[in-house]
Design a protein around this ligand. Sequence first.
Ligand SMILES: Cc1cc2nc3c(=O)[nH]c(=O)nc-3n(C[C@H](O)[C@H](O)[C@H](O)COP(=O)(O)OP(=O)(O)OC[C@H]3O[C@@H](n4cnc5c(N)ncnc54)[C@H](O)[C@@H]3O)c2cc1C
Length: 362
Amino acid sequence: MMFGLFRKAPSRYSFRVDPAGAEVQASSDESLLQAALNQGLAFPHNCRAGGCGACKCRLVSGKVKELTDKSYLLSAGELQANYILACQSHPRSDVTVEVTLEPDSPDHAVVSTEATIVGLKPLTADILEVELQLATSMPFTAGQYVEVSRFDTHDTPQPVVRSYSFASAPGAESGSDLVRLFIKKVAGGHFTEWLFHAADVGEKLALKGPYGNFHLRPGTQPIIAVSGGSGLAPVKAILEQALRDKKSGRDVVLYFGARTQHDLYGLQAIAEIQRHWIGRFEFIPVLSDEPADSDWTGRRGLIPGHLTNASNAAFSQSQAYLCGPPPMVDACVAALVQAGVDQNAVFFDKFLDTSHKISHEI
Ligand SMILES: Cc1cc2nc3c(=O)[nH]c(=O)nc-3n(C[C@H](O)[C@H](O)[C@H](O)COP(=O)(O)OP(=O)(O)OC[C@H]3O[C@@H](n4cnc5c(N)ncnc54)[C@H](O)[C@@H]3O)c2cc1C
């Protein structure tokens, strides 16, 4: 207890981002990324947990403490050129990094708020729609996600903190402070086992966000949307927001991967988007484990196979938006690029879990 009294206060440093020349304050107990996002800089990022590499930047000057091993994410050239992951680097002096800020990316200030569970609706055997009433508004852009914390004193002294994508466009619900999430059950998962087996309406959670760079980019190109399982959440939100913003003139092909017909959900919402969409809107569900003798007449197998075989001339002009489990996203990105989609026009959000994080201190 005495030690706690004398714990050193965190130091504050100046944190500069070139070539924009933006300068913010960063504390020694927060990551450079957290400091940038808290102060409204559109710093590129996605998972914020050292798993995706989206926040890599070149350390031009200064000292940082790196929390995890970055060598599995960065190339030999990047390591040699002094690249770091901003989400895993705490400042130990004034710091300057070089990275291109994203002019079109959402720049909502990060908000912390309490939320009450007001609805829990099973969508499939292992996907739940969770409706949360927020105590404070959290403006966000469709495609972004929120950090959800639950403090369980029985299990662990640390809160369980997990990321979940908004499953509907901002303000889509009747009360604008109501948000919806689609959450898939993970066997043995700390948060989802509790959510599926013990959580109830009225339960409180802490929310922090919004985060993430997954959002609809401007343009008139056709859209290839790909989602698997609960990965439908941000894709549905993006399409709903485009519809609301009167940006539905673009042609869309939406692939939705699931195991069987019982694992398909949100079909009514997709039909509703399709009905109002001004451009061409094709919906292609793809089932991987549907019994061979069932009445299913749609596509079977895995989505990448259908993308490679699509041989669609419009692919080379398209933008692609993907979300779901990391192996599915990786395989679909490779298939899209092989089918002619420009790698720079491929945007994705991977539902990385805590296991990808190598948590040794350097
Ligand atoms: C940016 C972002 C957005 C996300 N959005 C969503 C979302 O909208 N909906 C959603 O359902 N999830 C989403 N996730 C995943 C989510 O944050 C959790 O990782 C997931 O719910 C598991 O949490 P848990 O506490 O139940 O399991 P944990 O206690 O974290 O994991 C328990 C064990 O299961 C393994 N595991 C965890 N997840 C999986 C999995 N999917 N498949 C196989 N093994 C797994 C872990 O490696 C570990 O061994 C998102 C993740 C990120 C990074």
